[in-house]
Design a protein around this ligand. Structure first.
Ligand SMILES: C[S@@+](CC[C@H](N)C(=O)[O-])C[C@H]1O[C@@H](n2cnc3c(N)ncnc32)[C@H](O)[C@@H]1O
Length: 270
C-alpha cells in the first residue's frame, strides 16, 4: 500500500477505483481464505474498552461483513452501519445482516453526520487509504464526545519475505507499500483523539509453497495494486527465481508470510 514514509513515490499511489474493483471481484472467495483477517478483527474486538456499549457503531471497510455481524452480536441493542468502498463487498454482506445500514463510502470522506457514532471500528481496511490523516479527521468528526475509534492496519515489514524474494528476481514492486509504524504514531498523536492503545504485533502465517500464498492474496483482493507493478504475464523463469529465493525463508512449519499489524484504540475527548 501507500508508503507515506517514502516521499514522492514514483508512479503515484494506488487508484481507489482499482482497490474497489479488486475487492468487489474478491467478495465470493474472500471468506474462505481470510484467516488473518478473522484473527486480527477478533483481537481488535477484544481491545475495545471494558464495559463499552456503543449505541451507534460503524464498521468502516466492512468487507464481507464478518465483523459487522460480530459487532451486531456483541451490541444487540445498538444500531450498526456497515460501510465499504467496494459495492461487490456490500452486495455480499447485505443479505447476511448484522448492521441496520449497508452503505457505499470512502473512509477518507465519510457520508455520515457529525457526532453520529459511538464507535468507529475498522479492521484491515485503512492500509488502503493514502490519506490517513483524513481518515482520522473523519473519524474525529463522526464520533460523539467519548466515542471510540478502534482500528487494525498493516505497516512496513508486512510480507517482507515476498518483497525481498521478488527483489532478488527483478528488483520491481510486487508487494503493496505500507506506512511506517512511526507514521501511525505521529498521525494518531496529532489527530485530536486520545490514544488509549497503539501497538505493533507480528502475525506469521505459513504456506506449503509460494503458489498457495500468491493465490490467497489474489482471493483476498489484496494482491499488488501499486502503480509501477509489473504488468503482463509472469515468465516461467521469473517464477522459478521467485520460488528459489523464497525457499531461503522456509521454516519447519512451511514458508512464512509475516504481517506487521497495527492495533489502535483512540477516544474522542469528552
Ligand atoms: C482486507 S478487507 C477487510 C474487510 C473486513 N474489515 C474484515 O476484516 O474482514 C479491506 C476492505 O476495505 C475496503 N476499503 C478499502 N479502501 C477503502 C476506503 N477508502 N473506504 C472504505 N473501505 C475501503 C475494501 O473494499 C475491503 O472490503
Amino acid at each position: 500500500m501507500t508508503d507515506l514514509s517514502v516521499p514522492n513515490l514514483p508512479g503515484g499511489l494506488p487508484d481507489k477505483r482499482q482497490v474497489a474493483a479488486s475487492f468487489s471481484r474478491a467478495a465470493a472467495s474472500y471468506d474462505s481464505v481470510a484467516e488473518l483477517q478473522r484473527d486480527v478483527g477478533s483481537a481488535l474486538l477484544r481491545r475495545l474498552p471494558e464495559d463499552f456499549v456503543p449505541a451507534v457503531w460503524l464498521d468502516m471497510g466492512c468487507g464481507t461483513g464478518y465483523f459487522s455481524r460480530a459487532l451486531g452480536e456483541a451490541f444487540p441493542a445498538g444500531a450498526g452501519v456497515a460501510l465499504d468502498i467496494a459495492e461487490g463487498m456490500l452486495e455480499h454482506a447485505r443479505p447476511l445482516g448484522g448492521a441496520q445500514h449497508f452503505i457505499a463510502g470512502d473512509a477518507e470522506r465519510l457520508p455520515l453526520q457529525d457526532a453520529s457514532c459511538d464507535l468507529v471500528f475498522s479492521s484491515l481496511a485503512v492500509q488502503w487509504c493514502a490519506d490517513f490523516a483524513a481518515v482520522l479527521s473523519e473519524a474525529y468528526r463522526v464520533l460523539k464526545p467519548g466515542g471510540v475509534l478502534a482500528f487494525a492496519s498493516l505497516c512496513v515489514g508486512t510480507l517482507y519475505e515476498l518483497r525481498d524474494s521478488w527483489r532478488q528476481v527483478d528488483g520491481q514492486v510486487h508487494v503493496n507499500r505500507f506506512r511506517e509504524f512511526s507514521r501511525y504514531q505521529q498521525l494518531c498523536a496529532a489527530s485530536g483523539l486520545n490514544v488509549l492503545d497503539l501497538q505493533q504485533c507480528a502475525h506469521v502465517l505459513h504456506y506449503p509453497d509460494v503458489r498457495s500464498l500468491t493465490h490467497e492474496l489474489k482471493a483476498l483482493g489484496a494482491h499488488n495494486l501499486n502503480p509501477g507493478r509489473p504488468g503482463g504475464l509472469t515468465g516461467r523463469a521469473r517464477i522459478t527465481g521467485l520460488i528459489a529465493a523464497y525457499e531461503q525463508f522456509r521454516q519447519a512449519q512451511g514458508l512464512p508470510a509475516t504481517y506487521q499489524v497495527v492495533y489502535a484504540v483512540l477516544e474522542k475527548p469528552r
